[in-house]
Design a protein around this ligand. Structure first.
Ligand SMILES: O=C(O)Cc1cc(O)ccc1O
Ligand SMILES: [Fe+2]
Length: 425
């Protein structure tokens, strides 16, 4: 089945899967068409400034309110696992790609939470998860703790949400808003990748400042699916993440039953190859904020709760410049993943599907081999090909989960060993 998408970021959209399902001129008529139930889903406070206000109106076969109590969900022990509370060493950490999970693992049970900052109840912070799964979900998931950004690394995903169906492959990403129920299917039979969970203010396109009105992620390249629903009166398990733990209950129908909706809170997908990468054409390596696709601002101006930053294929032309990322210590904390290829600051050890953490003030930058190579490379125009790394940069230091701490590479520090000492005249 192919899906139609509507282009644009944060636009007000009106879409109906059955003609006449969407009320005209009002949100909540006394009797919506066909006996549908009107329901508002808000992504911001009712009173948020108009340009930030996000909500949608859903017209569904049954009201979401009709459900039995939730009970603890005991499986998926690595998903939503709380962070490690003991004092956290200030070490740099890196992880190999997670191994494929046992047969019969769906996306929920295949999720592993690696890094978390802030309590989801603070409505701040971000978590970085990895997933490895090999079975279509037969149940649905809903995250009350934040919006989810899917970054597939291998295997396509079909994300069937209350508001429409999204198909993505590695190289594309998708966002499902907080509170939107969905099911993940695996057209290739198995899949692995990353999911960033944003507890804070909604991801938006960054201001472009002197770049001007165009560039980086352009709004029309974000695609929102049209209304789609299933009319299925069969027991359907719902798993919910709420305040950092998992809960479940079973409905007697599929909750993916939204026949029509309108509003500006909706899932979308984006093809990373559409990113209009901007960089120096003179000298020096710009701060990586130049590569920001999406930002979730914090309450401090200019300091992101979370930035989603891309490192796409691009030309390197800087003159008399050390071209890869420089050595640095950062007040922001940096989680990085690799979708494909190699990353220009790490010669080896950072593999597609792997993850790294350079927390608040951790000294990091090029490893020895990358530093040696780039310090002596001929500075011809050079195209970095076939790569896609990303960073989830946050003003809140990350705490790895106990699982993540137990599975980090053993000697990551060694990549910065044996740099020759500078020689003074
Ligand atoms: O540490 C990293 O590799 C991420 C990063 C990339 C870059 O180009 C500049 C700074 C930075 O933190
Ligand atoms: Fe960095």
């Amino acid at each position: 089945m192919t899906t139609s998408y509507i282009p644009g970021f944060g636009n007000h959209i009106a879409t109906e899967a059955v003609p006449g399902a969407l009320p005209i001129g009002r949100n909540s008529p006394q009797r919506p068409a066909y006996g549908l139930y009107a329901e508002q889903l808000s992504g911001t406070a009712f009173t948020a400034p108009r340009h930030e206000n996000r909500r949608s109106w859903l017209y569904r076969l049954r009201p979401t309110a009709e459900h039995p109590p939730y009970e603890p969900y005991e499986a998926a022990v690595r998903f939503a696992a709380g962070s490690h509370d003991a004092p956290l060493p200030p070490n740099r950490l890196r992880w190999d790609p997670a191994p494929m999970t046992p047969p019969g693992t769906d996306w929920i049970d295949g999720m592993t939470t690696m890094l978390v900052n802030r309590d989801p109840a603070d409505l701040e912070g971000v978590a970085v998860n990895v997933y490895a799964c090999n079975r279509n979900m037969e149940r649905v998931f809903v995250d009350a703790d934040g919006e989810l950004v899917f970054l597939p690394q291998s295997g396509r995903l079909t994300i069937l949400t209350e508001l429409g169906r999204i198909d993505i492959a590695p190289g594309q990403i998708a966002l499902v808003p907080r509170g939107v129920r969905f099911r993940v299917e695996l057209p290739d039979g198995e899949a692995a990748g990353y999911v960033a969970e944003n507890h804070g203010s909604l991801f938006r396109l960054p201001d472009l400042g002197p770049i001007g009105a165009n560039g980086l992620g352009n709004p029309r390249d974000f695609e929102t699916p049209v209304a789609w629903f299933e009319d299925r009166d069969e027991p359907t398990q719902v798993v919910q993440k709420f305040l950092g733990s998992l809960w479940t209950m079973t409905l007697d129908h599929s909750p993916l039953d939204v026949v029509a909706w309108h509003g500006n809170l909706a899932p979308w997908r984006y093809d990373l190859s559409r990113f209009n990468t901007i960089n120096t054409v003179s000298f020096d390596h710009p701060d990586p904020s130049i590569f920001t696709l999406l930002t979730s601002p914090s309450d401090v101006p200019g300091r992101a709760n979370a930035d989603l930053v891309l490192f796409p294929p691009r030309w390197m032309v800087a003159e008399d410049t050390f071209r890869p990322p420089w050595f640095h210590r950062n007040v922001m904390s940096e989680a990085m993943g690799l979708i494909t290829g190699a990353y220009d600051a790490k010669a080896e050890g950072f593999r597609p599907g792997g993850l790294s953490l350079h927390n608040l003030m951790a000294g990091h930058g090029p490893d020895l081999a990358s530093w040696q190579g780039a310090s002596h490379a001929a500075l011809n125009p050079h195209r970095i090909e076939g790569t896609m790394a990303f960073m989830v940069e946050s003003c809140w230091p990350y705490r790895p989960t106990a699982h993540a701490l137990a599975h980090a590479q053993l000697d990551y520090d060694a990549v910065w060993k044996d740099f020759p000492k500078a020689k003074l005249p």
